[in-house]
Write a protein that binds this ligand. Structure first.
Ligand code: NAD
Length: 279
């Protein structure tokens, strides 16, 4: 069994990225994060992103709006950021308060600055096999598989989870790499019927250690995307100790996909910067 080491792959990518960004100095790409309402968890998430940006030479800005801000004031903030040539990428801390229409807000971001890849135009481009910005977590999964030379073409990939941010875009990227893709979800009648056929099993459920050896075809590649906390300890959706002995490759939690996700966002921001410099 070989460990898919996202931390190591992330360090390699960040090194390459910071060298590329140094070449355009004193210009620097800029990522703006917008948060509505205060939450210590979201703040620490944003602080981590800011730290990662600084590490590779990306400038970061942050706008915090009060929890009771109106949809129109958020739209106005985004419109200003869209027009500001100093800002290359815009991300929104989700979820937004219930009084705000999330679809309308996401659609108001300039697709060329939508580095989270959630604008309908970017999702449409992904669907057509011609992505501009794809969401960071699915990009991280593909990078992890490719960096270990794992063949994708012709393989049967089973994804558990159908969210717009992970499962669905990941299915499209895998399809683009010629996998035969199945998406399983909470209404799938009997999960092992699907997962036991998987050459590559990708798990994005959000339930700690749900997937044990009973779901795994021997020799499969297993990618654990889940992030869960048990008594303050970070664990994935896969019961690592029971599954690992059966796998050819497995990604750990922590140290797997999560370690690469922010790096993919940094790469998207660099891509946005380059597109905006030379459209
Ligand atoms: P989500 O809640 O939007 O979607 C969860 C999906 O799991 C749903 O499609 C649901 O149908 C499916 N599901 C739930 N229970 C199931 C069950 N018993 N059997 C089969 N399917 C089931 O979550 P999400 O945003 O897609 O995130 C999924 C997990 O991935 C979470 O743990 C999240 O924290 C993690 N995540 C990790 C990263 C990363 O960078 N590593 C990024 C985003 C999300």
């Amino acid at each position: 069994m070989i460990l898919l080491d996202g931390k190591y792959q992330s360090a390699i990518l960040r090194d390459i990225l910071s060298k590329e960004i140094q070449k355009v100095y004193p210009k620097r790409p800029c990522l703006l994060s917008i948060m509505v309402g205060e939450s210590s968890e979201a703040l620490s998430y944003i602080k981590n992103k800011e730290k990662s940006c600084a590490e590779v030479g990306i400038h970061s800005q942050h706008i915090s709006l009060s929890a009771d801000c109106t949809e129109s004031s958020l739209l106005e903030t985004i419109s200003e950021a869209n027009l500001n040539p100093e800002i290359n990428g815009i991300i929104l801390q989700m979820p937004l308060p219930k009084n705000i229409n999330q679809d309308r807000i996401v659609s108001s971001i300039d697709p060329n600055k939508d580095v989270d890849g959630l604008h309908p135009l970017n999702l449409g481009k992904l669907l057509c096999g011609n992505p501009l910005f794809a969401p960071a977590t699915p990009l991280a999964v593909i990078h992890l598989l490719e960096s270990y030379g794992i063949p994708l073409s012709g393989k049967k990939a089973v994804i558990i989870g159908r969210s717009n941010i992970v499962g669905k875009p990941l299915s499209l990227l895998l399809l683009q790499h010629n996998c035969t893709v199945t998406i399983a979800h909470s209404k799938t009648s009997y999960l092992p019927n699907e997962t036991l056929l998987a050459d590559i099993l990708l798990v994005a459920i959000g339930q700690a250690k749900l997937i044990d050896q009973g779901f795994i075809k021997p020799g499969a590649v297993v990618v654990d995307i889940g992030i869960n906390f048990i008594q303050g300890k970070l664990v994935g959706d896969v019961d690592f100790n029971s599954v690992a002995p059966l796998c050819s490759y497995i990604s750990p939690v922590p140290g797997g996909v999560g370690s690469l996700t922010t790096t993919m966002l940094l790469q998207n921001t660099w891509k946005a910067f380059k597109l905006q410099q030379c459209p």
